[in-house]
Design a protein around this ligand. Structure first.
Ligand code: DGL
Length: 266
C-alpha cells in the first residue's frame, strides 16, 4: 500500500458514518473499514466477548499497516477501548469522548439525553465522559435495543418505527433534555424519525463528525497525515458475505463501494 491507511471498525455497517465524515475532512487519506457483520450485534453481548472481538479486529488492522484505529462502535468504545489501549501501542480513538464533547458544545440547559445499546447504557461511559467535561451536566439515559434491528431491516420510517421511538424517548422528552446523544452507530439513519419525535427544541448529536476531527487533529500532532495529494482509497472487510453490506453501505455513503472482501478471524 502506497500510504498507511486509517482503520475504522464497527460491529456492522453503522461505522460507515465515521468513514463518510473522514472522507469529507481528510479526503487524501486512505481508509480501511472493518464491519464484523457475522457477529453483529455487540450491544447485547458480555464485556469479555466484546473485548475479545475488538482485540482480534485490531490485530487484523495492524497487520494491514493501519496508522490509527478508530473504534466506531459505541458498544466496543464503551467496553473495550481501555482494554485495547493497554494491549496495543497504535493510536486508538473511540466515539464516546467525541460524542460527549459534541453534546457539551451544543447544550444550553446542560440536561442531555443519551440513547444506545443495552451494553453501552449499562457501562455509563457517556455519563462519565460528560461529567469529566462538566460536572454540572445532568443526564437521562435509555437503552433502545429495537433500533438496531429496525435499521438493519431498513425500517427507517413509518408508524411502527415512530411508535417505538415515542415509547423510548417519552421520559427524556418530559424530563426536558435539550440535547440528545445518538450513542450507537446505527441511530443516525433514524434521524428523520427521531427529529419528528423529539421536536425542534431538542438538538440531536452524533459523534461521527467530531470523531473525524479528533482523528485529523491527532494525526497532525503525530505528523502522520499523508503527504500524498491524490484522493485516498477505501477498502472494506466484513466477516460475512458482502451482498447485504454493499446494499446498506450504498445507503450510508450515498454511492456504490468497490472493494469489499470477506475475512474469517478465528
Ligand atoms: N455498533 C453498535 C454500537 O454502536 C450497534 C450495533 C450492535 O449492537 O452491535 O453500539
Amino acid at each position: 500500500m502506497s500510504r498507511r491507511p486509517i482503520a475504522v471498525f464497527d460491529s456492522g455497517l453503522g461505522g460507515l458514518t465515521v468513514v463518510k465524515a473522514l472522507q469529507k475532512n481528510l479526503s487524501n487519506e486512505s481508509i480501511i473499514y472493518f464491519g464484523d457483520t457475522a457477529r453483529v450485534p455487540y450491544g447485547n453481548k458480555s464485556q469479555a466477548l466484546i473485548q475479545e472481538y475488538s482485540e482480534e479486529i485490531t490485530e487484523f488492522l495492524i497487520d494491514k499497516q493501519a496508522k490509527m484505529v478508530i473504534v466506531a462502535c459505541n458498544t466496543a468504545s464503551a467496553l473495550a477501548l481501555n482494554h485495547l489501549k493497554q494491549r496495543f501501542e497504535i493510536p486508538l480513538i473511540g466515539v464516546i469522548e467525541p460524542g460527549a464533547e459534541a453534546a457539551r458544545s451544543v447544550t444550553q440547559s446542560k440536561h442531555i439525553g443519551i440513547i444506545g445499546t443495552l451494553a453501552t447504557i449499562r457501562s455509563e461511559a457517556y455519563e462519565r465522559a460528560l461529567l469529566n467535561l462538566d460536572n454540572t451536566i445532568l443526564t437521562t439515559v435509555r437503552a433502545c435495543p429495537l433500533f438496531v434491528p429496525l435499521v438493519e431491516e431498513g425500517w427507517l420510517e413509518g408508524e411502527v418505527t415512530i411508535q417505538i421511538a415515542e415509547t423510548y424517548l417519552a421520559e427524556m422528552i418530559s424530563d426536558n433534555i435539550d440535547t440528545l446523544i445518538l450513542g450507537c452507530t446505527h441511530y443516525p439513519l433514524l434521524i428523520p424519525v427521531l427529529e419528528k419525535v423529539v421536536g425542534e427544541k431538542i438538538r440531536i448529536v452524533d459523534s461521527a463528525e467530531t470523531t473525524a476531527k479528533y482523528a485529523a487533529k491527532w494525526l497532525q500532532e503525530l505528523d502522520l497525515l499523508t503527504k500524498d495529494s491524490s484522493h485516498g482509497s477505501l477498502e472494506n472487510y466484513v466477516t460475512d458475505l458482502p451482498v447485504r453490506f454493499r446494499r446498506v453501505a450504498r445507503r450510508f455513503l450515498g454511492r456504490e463501494i468497490d472493494h469489499v472482501s470477506t475475512v474469517h478471524l478465528s
